[in-house]
Design a protein around this ligand. Structure first.
Ligand SMILES: CC(C)(COP(=O)(O)OP(=O)(O)OC[C@H]1O[C@@H](n2cnc3c(N)ncnc32)[C@H](O)[C@@H]1OP(=O)(O)O)[C@@H](O)C(=O)NCCC(=O)NCCS
Length: 182
């Protein structure tokens, strides 16, 4: 089996593999999943190139994004993904993102995956601060960020140009010291 980075009660966060391409394509190309994301009309070839690019990539490389495959611990079925951006200039402050297949939403899986990801980032990688950006209209994403204990730190007006218009975003953050107190 491929490398597992994080285990939670019901999930594993592992490296992507070729068997994930179809499931990844199916949820990424779903318009509901893409609504507040940068992509639209996502193609199978893009999913293939993306997964193949991640298969040999490593988390915590400065100046890059790593995508963890989120899978059910019992069956290893792909249900979503979590992203980790380690900036080149200040790698002690990282950014995260997350997506779940609509078939698996509403079960607390995103919250559980992000809890596990925060533990990995603070305990294993020893980072100082984690941030995430969400479109202000993305209520489900905001709910996940608040459930995992991240703090709304900024309201950024017209901060992101996507699908032909500027959108407002919230920045959510949590410091290592805050995470340790929880
Ligand atoms: C953002 C996203 C991952 C949230 O998914 P989600 O399924 O709503 O979030 P969770 O997995 O944490 O599940 C929470 C829901 O499950 C319910 N739930 C059931 N069992 C639960 C449990 N054991 N623990 C926590 N919540 C549970 C909660 O009550 C909540 O339901 P509600 O939305 O009706 O209040 C999903 O909407 C998505 O992939 N969106 C598209 C991509 C995107 O926009 N990503 C964010 C950009 S960073």
């Amino acid at each position: 089996m491929e490398q597992i980075f994080i285990k939670t009660d019901r999930l594993i966060l592992r490296r992507f593999n070729e068997n994930d391409i179809n499931s990844f394509y199916v949820y990424r190309s779903n318009p509901d999943v893409a609504k507040f994301q940068s992509w639209q009309d996502y193609q199978y070839e893009e999913a293939q190139a993306f997964v193949e690019g991640q298969m040999y990539h490593h988390p915590n490389i400065q100046g890059s994004w790593f995508q963890f495959a989120v899978a059910l611990a019992e069956t290893n079925e792909l249900i979503g993904d979590c992203a980790l951006h380690t900036p080149a200039i200040e790698p002690r402050i990282v950014e995260i993102g997350f997506t779940l297949s609509p078939n698996f939403q509403g079960n607390g899986f995103a919250t559980e995956a992000v809890h596990g990801l925060l533990k990995f980032i603070f305990q294993t990688l020893g980072k100082h601060k984690v941030t995430a950006f969400s479109d202000v209209r993305n209520k489900k994403s905001i709910a996940v960020l608040e459930r995992v204990g991240m703090r709304r730190e900024a309201h950024l007006l017209q901060n992101y140009y996507t699908k032909g218009k500027w959108v407002d975003e919230y920045q959510y953050s949590i410091l290592k010291s805050e995470w340790e107190r929880k």
